[in-house]
Design a protein around this ligand. Structure first.
Ligand SMILES: NC(=O)c1ccc[n+]([C@@H]2O[C@H](COP(=O)([O-])OP(=O)(O)OC[C@H]3O[C@@H](n4cnc5c(N)ncnc54)[C@H](OP(=O)(O)O)[C@@H]3O)[C@@H](O)[C@H]2O)c1
Length: 233
């Protein structure tokens, strides 16, 4: 089945790897990027898949841009099957004595509020989707049960918030048949994950897509790794 899939933060890292794989598998991808004109890798993909790839400008912090992106998608299709909220930010070297409120605000905007506003505005399209699914790209660093050690306040706090918001969302969307998954992509060699990360973006993307393909409504609200293993909250 050709799925219609929205991927945010698709110009690099895991979002780009997901986009590439989804196109290779024959799906139609609405790939969002903050600065499409600078998204060189997406432009390369556009040459290979001019009919099935659509590059859409979007900063997930700006709700009016989300509405515009939704309208752009709606002009091209009447349904969205999968919404992959992948865009994210991480601040290094945070300690309480010097923690800027701006780090927290920015991280919550991108990592927690953005994905929820995406769902809010894409819901009518998801309701028309085939086996509709929302994948919230979170992190095991958002697990309170697994937290050990200091630092990463903004990242961990915002991903923990995303986990709770999405868990609650899964209950609201269950009667509509929409699956909500919390996905930890592994430690991945991207700008965010750094050069020491063991997983390549394409390996992570392959695992994530295997998990998404197998997901059913009974999985909705679960916090899973790219290998399909359950994580504690
Ligand atoms: N890499 C890891 O080891 C790892 C581990 C656990 C979870 N994750 C999660 O996986 C997701 C992807 O991570 P990654 O490693 O691929 O990160 P990355 O290489 O740093 O890429 C981040 C992506 O998010 C986009 N983005 C940032 N702020 C945005 C905003 N305000 N609006 C729209 N897009 C925005 C970036 O766009 P620009 O290019 O315009 O900045 C970029 O496309 C994130 O949610 C991250 O938290 C990653």
């Amino acid at each position: 089945m050709e799925r219609h899939i929205v991927v945010t933060g698709a110009n690099r890292g895991i979002g780009l790897a997901l986009t590439r794989r989804l196109l290779d598998q024959g799906h139609r991808v609405f790939a969002t990027a903050r600065r499409p004109e600078q998204a060189r890798s997406l432009h390369e993909l556009l040459k290979r898949y001019p009919d099935r790839l659509h590059v859409i400008p979007l900063d997930v912090r700006d709700e009016s841009q989300i509405v515009r992106a939704r309208d752009e998608v709606r002009a091209l299709t009447d349904r969205v099957d999968w919404l992959i909220n992948n865009a994210g930010v991480l601040y290094e070297n945070e300690r309480i004595a010097t923690l800027p409120a701006e780090n927290l605000i920015h991280s919550f905007q991108v990592n927690a509020i953005g994905p929820m506003m995406m769902v809010k505005h894409f819901l009518p399209l998801l309701e028309r989707g085939r086996q509709p699914l929302i994948c919230q790209m979170t992190s095991m660093m958002g697990s309170i049960a697994m937290a050990s050690g200091a630092g990463y306040y903004s990242y961990r706090g915002s991903k923990a918030a995303l986990n709770m918001l999405s868990r609650v969302l899964s209950f609201e969307l269950r009667p509509k048949g929409i699956i909500v998954l919390l996905m930890h992509p592994g430690w991945v060699r991207t700008d965010m994950g750094g050069p020491a990360a063991p997983l390549l973006p394409d390996e992570s993307a392959a695992g994530i897509l295997r998990v998404l393909e197998k997901a059913t409504l009974s999985d909705s609200g679960r916090f899973l790794t790219w290998e399909g293993k359950e994580l504690p909250w």
